[in-house]
Design a protein around this ligand. Structure first.
Ligand SMILES: [Zn+2]
Length: 357
């Protein structure tokens, strides 16, 4: 039951200029938590080095001119890609290793070398679209290349897979990922996120369901602020469970942002650490029953003091153990739950005729 953790110290070399929530501390603390919980003992988890994504790899997803522009900006010492997204001298290298890290994670799980893999990478990726900014967002939200999309395209285009599910539980909508796969029926993209009227990037409504071949394969679950563990579980049971069983993925990849934790300083959701573990267990069960347990999780956001513990607790689930954490499951207020029910009802209405509930 060994889980691979894809990690490189180069991920720490993508450095902000002054205070920024997306800082190298996030990974340092997560690694420290893994160590202190005794997970890095070879029996549970093994650290695996990522590889550098090549230009050709990135072009599975991104426009060549965009990749070259990022490289040029980093080389010229430019400090910001946009208002939210900083660059530092080794940012390009870190970004190549982040995308290459998810590719590596997908490869080693597909080859059966590890039961599953967690790509503990940064910079994050799900806001990055083909050309950088996606779907009219004002910025790339700390992302450079779409790591998960590159890994998934690698599975589809080079490894011959035909059906991959991306589960995105970051608190923000993965506008980049939606943009990239919007016309594809090979990728079922399901995103849980905070109501876009209340949070960056302002997209991810229930009526954005994909177009053409991809109609019905893009599923947004925008939850009201204050949504807690029970809201996520309800959405899982009513939407994700039936759709994913019917889609029957050959591989499950999770964009995991821990910023839907009730403790996160930049969002307003109510997941507990235990709630994250529950979501992982659902995803792991889904992968076990559809695709031999092939499951890769890749880090997106998460900026609060419970990030490290949540990373450790969810990685522990992947390797089949539970940590002695004291997290209590959270409950949504009645008025929040009523709004959640409304969202799920509208979503089912939009997907009627494509999936059965
Ligand atoms: Zn986020």
């Amino acid at each position: 039951m060994t889980t691979a953790i894809i990690y490189s110290p180069v991920y720490l070399e993508h450095r902000p200029h002054g205070y920024h929530p997306e800082s190298p501390r996030r990974l340092e603390e997560a690694m420290e938590a893994l160590r202190s919980f005794g997970l890095l003992d070879q029996e549970h988890c093994v650290i695996v080095e990522p590889r550098l994504a090549t230009l050709e790899d990135l072009m599975l997803v991104h426009d060549k001119a965009y990749v070259e522009r990022v490289k040029r900006l980093v080389e010229s010492g430019t400090r910001y890609l946009d208002g939210d997204t900083y660059l530092s001298p080794r940012s390009f290298e870190a970004a190549l290793l982040a995308a290459g890290g998810v590719m590596k994670a997908c490869e080693i799980v597909l080859e059966g070398k590890y039961i599953n893999a967690f790509a503990l990478v940064r910079p994050p990726g799900h806001h990055a679209g083909v050309y950088g900014k996606a779907l009219g967002a004002a910025s790339q939200g700390f992302c450079i290349f779409n790591n998960v999309a590159v890994g998934v395209m690698h599975l589809l285009r080079r490894k011959g897979l035909g059906r991959v599910m991306i589960l995105d539980i970051d608190c923000h909508h993965g506008n980049g990922t939606q943009d990239i796969f919007y016309e594809s029926s090979q990728v079922l993209y399901v995103s849980f996120h905070q109501d876009p009227r209340t949070l960056y990037p302002g997209t991810g409504y229930v009526d954005e369901i994909g177009v053409g071949e991809g109609k019905g394969y893009n599923i947004n679950i925008p939850l009201p602020p204050g949504s807690a563990d029970d809201a996520y579980m309800k959405a899982w049971a009513e939407i994700v469970e039936p759709v994913s069983r019917s889609f029957n993925p050959e591989f499950v990849v999770m964009s995991v942002g821990y910023d839907a934790h009730h403790d996160d300083p930049i969002t307003m959701m109510g997941l507990s650490t235990q709630g994250y573990v529950d979501l992982f267990n659902k995803a792991l069960e889904l992968a076990a029953s559809t695709c031999n347990g092939r499951f890769v999780a890749a880090l997106e956001g998460g900026y609060g003091m419970f990030l490290a513990e949540s990373v450790a607790a969810t990685i522990a689930s992947m390797s089949g153990v539970s940590l002695p954490i004291t997290s209590q499951r959270t409950m949504s207020k009645d008025e929040v739950m009523k709004r959640v029910e409304g969202v799920l009802m509208r979503l089912k209405e939009n997907l009627k005729g494509i999936w059965s509930f």
